[in-house]
Each structure stands twice: as C-alpha cells, then as structure tokens.
Design a binder for this molecule. Structure first.
Ligand code: 4AD
Ligand code: MG
Length: 465
C-alpha cells in the first residue's frame, strides 16, 4: 500500500480518503495513554499539523506500544475517520503498526517540549523535527520557489555564476581562500611570498562574495538575468544578521536605471510576501502565535504599502535632527548602522524605505558615479525589524570612469580585465541588486537570529554539522 502524506489526508477537499483504508508514515510527537486507547500524534513533515492515530490497546502487542515513544518512526495502516475529539477533523483508527525506529526516552534530545532556540541550534541535526523549524524550512522552500517563479514570469534567465572565483566583487577583502597548497610548507617565490602559480588554478582563488560581476556579463547579452546561489563572507561579524555562508538573489538588468531598479526591488519583495501569505498560512499562523503576534499584520502591511524613497543625504538630515541617542554618531559620510536604518523605518517613516545616492567612499567600485563627484547611484532597501534587506545600484557603464575608480580604490585591475571589457564592447546602462535570502527569511518568519532560518548555519567559530 502506498503512503499518503498527512497534508493530503487533512487538507483534501472533498476528501477522497475518508472512511477508507490509508497508510501514513512519520515521527511520533506525543503519545497519550488512556484506559483502553492510546492516542499518537504523528507528524510527517508535509504540514505543521499532526494526525491523530487512535490505537485500541487490546488489539496490539504491549511491548510494541511501549516502544512507540516521542521521536520514534512508525508506519500505520488504518481507516481515516471524522474525528470525535476536539482539535482535529480526521483521525486514523489503527489496524496495523510497523515500528521503523525507536528513540530512547533517556537520550533523545527532543523528548520534552519547549527547548530554547539556543539548545536547538546546538542540535541542528534534529531541530528540523520541531514545529518551529518545520515551519521555517517549509516557508524557506516556498520562498525559493516563488523567487524562481517571479523571475520566470518576467522573462529573466537564471544564470549559474561560479562559486570559486579569482576576483573580489565587493572589494571588502573578506574572502575565504580556496587552495590545494600544503599550508605547512607552501611553495615560495624568491621574495618569500607564496607562489600561487603552483596552486591548483595557477593563481589565488576564493569563494565568491557575490555573483554580480558575472551576472553583469549575462545581462549585457541576455538582457534580464538573475543569480540565486550561496555566497561566502569571512567578515568577523558575529551578529544576529550576518552569516559566513548565505544565499543571495541577484537580478541584473540591461537598460534599467536606478528608478527601474527600485521599482523591481519593491515589486519583488511584495510578490514574495504575498506568496507567503497565500501559500504558507498554517506555518505563518503558528509563528505568529508562538513568536511574534504582529507578524501577520506586518506582512500584510508591507505587502500593500508604498515604500518611501529618499537620498542618503536626506536621511542623514533626518537622523541628525532626531532626538534619538544612537550608539554610533551620525554625520554625512558614515556608513549607516542597523540602529540608524531601523530608526528611519520603524520610528520615522513607519514603513520600508529605499535610500539612494550614498557617498562613493562607503560603496563598491562598480556603482555609477553621480555628477557631484561625491555620491554614487546606490540603493539600499531597509525593512522593519531587519534594516538592510537589499543592496544594489545602477552600474558605472563608462570605461574610463570605472577604470579610474578601480585604480583609486587600489584594486588589482588584472583580476577584472574581463569585467572591464564589457564597458569596451557594446557597453549599456544597466542596474541590479542583491537580496539576502536569509534576511528575507527573518522578515517572513519573525525569527530574530539569522542562524535560525538556514538549516546549517556557518558563522565565526561555528561550522558544525
Ligand atoms: O549589500 P551587499 O553586500 O551587495 C552585494 O553583494 C551586491 N553585489 C549585490 C548586487 O548589487 N548584485 O549584499 C546584498 C545583500 C544585503 O543587502 C543583505 O541582505 C545580504 O546581501 N547580506 C548578508 N546576509 C547575511 N549575512 C551576511 N554576511 C550578509 N552580507 C550581505
Ligand atoms: Mg550592502
């Protein structure tokens, strides 16, 4: 007999399974004994809700029932019936049970309910079995799917950009090296420095911090492209908003200026939030109830509210005039901290904000230079509870300006010759941005630590599992 998923048994309408024999398989969440009956709450991951299995204990072997404990895995065949009890519409009256795997009551970490998120982080191999993480990772899947759906509907092409790279997109110098050299005894040049010509690729390589530069090559040929893949940053920022390995979505569009870029970013975020509201309501309701009672309200609000757009300079003005005490003082030229971003979003405008035209000295080399000589056509989208969720810009398409900026910033032009050639041959105005997938996930799930929205988080001094 074929297994039926619990979601299908609970949600099918009309329900073809009712009063029929069905087979379910999953993990036991709780077992409750009463006089002649044992009630098992079974979860198979397909949906947050458990299915109740009603077991007449006279019909089953006592030792089998004893071995069925929280965490054990079973297969149950029985009749799906309308439930008499409260809290569930259907239940299964068990006819036969196979025990696939026991879970020792003394050693199984999730034997009891109510573990802290910290404890669960240390048990990331099992936390996926909890209601919370089941909800989060189902939503994560839905968001990934919606991202591809959005761009596919708009005629964008998904481009697979490399993970191993010889260039540094963000120029922040925080990259993980990739090498097969023996670090205890690397080959040396005459001046004592490591001889990377002997390395696997014949030169220094790293894990990518962004797929953008290669994405731009795609946009200047296919018109509309996006990347969606893992990126790596070796910054030592142990915060609740940074990971060393995170996923990023980077659309790149030929013939888009900064305004088209902002329009796309806003439409994209609203599409994803609406998708979650339409397809993940059971999981969202759980998170709303357990973690943040204003989650659904916030999602509904952002889904329909026009984002505020203003320049960095105007934002600095507002921050300087506010009577808020900031840990990091504000003046024109500083990089905004998340406390500043959240003040603008949560206190001042009370809605998402897009800031543009940042000082060139705090932004990457590739951004289009404004005529004032001081600012670039950058845009950051700032969200309530998160701060920066998207960073992007119109790109500098002028060869001389781009090449000058690369020199000014002390970047080795040799690693970017191929990128510069796009500005030599058929250059075009173009723009793009990067959405941090886990930052989006924080917003949609109301989790407060970014390590809780990726299955196996990597952060400084932490790469277990
Ligand atoms: O602002 P960032 O650094 O921009 C870029 O990488 C550009 N190449 C994007 C582009 O224009 N194609 O990063 C983009 C976004 C941030 O807004 C943030 O949401 C996320 O990526 N992000 C991180 N998320 C988790 N952990 C980190 N360490 C992150 N660093 C950036
Ligand atoms: Mg940024």
């Amino acid at each position: 007999m074929k297994r039926i998923k619990i979601i299908d048994l609970i949600k099918s309408d009309p329900n073809p399974y009712i009063n029929n024999q069905v087979k379910v398989e999953g993990w036991v969440r709780t077992k409750r004994d009463s006089k002649n009956v044992v009630f098992i709450a079974l979860n198979d991951g397909s949906i947050i809700h458990h299915l109740q299995i009603v077991v007449d204990n006279n019909k089953f072997n006592e030792s089998l029932l004893k071995d069925i404990t929280t965490g054990s895995c079973i297969s149950v065949t029985g009749i799906l019936t309308s439930s008499q009890g409260q809290g569930q519409a259907v239940e299964i009256i068990a006819e036969s049970i196979t025990l696939y795997g026991t879970a020792d009551v003394n050693t199984y970490q999730l034997q009891k309910k109510g573990h802290t998120l910290e404890f669960l982080r240390e048990n990331a191999h099992l936390r996926i079995r909890t209601n919370t993480f089941g909800a989060i990772f189902r939503i994560r899947h839905a968001m990934a799917f919606a991202i591809h759906k959005f761009y596919n509907e708009k005629g964008f092409f998904w481009m697979h950009t490399p993970i191993i790279t010889g260039s540094d997109c963000e120029g922040a110098g925080s990259m993980f090296n990739v090498t097969t050299l023996d670090m205890n005894n690397p080959p040396r040049q005459e001046d004592g420095s490591i001889d990377y010509s002997k390395d696997f690729f014949g030169k220094p390589t790293h894990l990518t911090v962004s797929g953008q530069l290669e994405g731009e090559l795609g946009a200047l040929a296919l018109g509309l492209v996006y990347t969606f893949g893992p990126t790596f940053r070796a910054e030592n920022s142990n915060t609740s908003r940074h990971l060393s390995e995170f996923w990023m979505i980077e659309p790149e569009m030929a013939f888009y200026d900064i305004h088209d870029n902002m329009d796309l970013a806003e439409e994209f975020l609203k599409y994803l939030i609406n998708y979650a509201l339409e397809h993940c309501m059971d999981d969202l309701e759980f998170l709303n109830k357990m973690y943040d009672k204003s989650l659904l309200e916030r999602l509904n609000f952002v889904a329909v509210t026009k984002f505020e757009r203003l320049t960095y300079s105007a934002a600095i003005d507002i921050l300087e005039k506010s009577d808020q005490k900031f840990e990091f003082p504000v003046s024109w030229g500083v990089d905004l901290q998340s406390e500043h971003e959240r003040y603008l979003v949560e206190k001042h405008f009370k809605k998402p904000v897009i800031l543009t035209d940042y000082p060139k000295d705090i932004k990457a080399f590739y951004m289009k230079q404004n005529d004032d000589g001081k600012t670039v056509r950058a845009m950051d989208v700032l969200f309530p509870t998160i701060g920066e969720i998207i960073g992007g810009s119109q790109r500098e398409e002028n060869y001389d300006k781009l090449s000058n900026r690369i020199h000014e910033m002390g970047i080795d032009e040799k690693t970017l010759w191929w990128y510069l050639e796009t500005r030599k041959f058929g250059t075009a105005p173009h723009s793009g941005f990067g959405l941090g997938f886990e930052r989006l996930m924080l917003f949609v799930t109301a989790m407060s630590n970014i390590r809780d929205v990726i299955p196996f988080p990597r952060a400084p001094l932490s790469a277990d599992f």
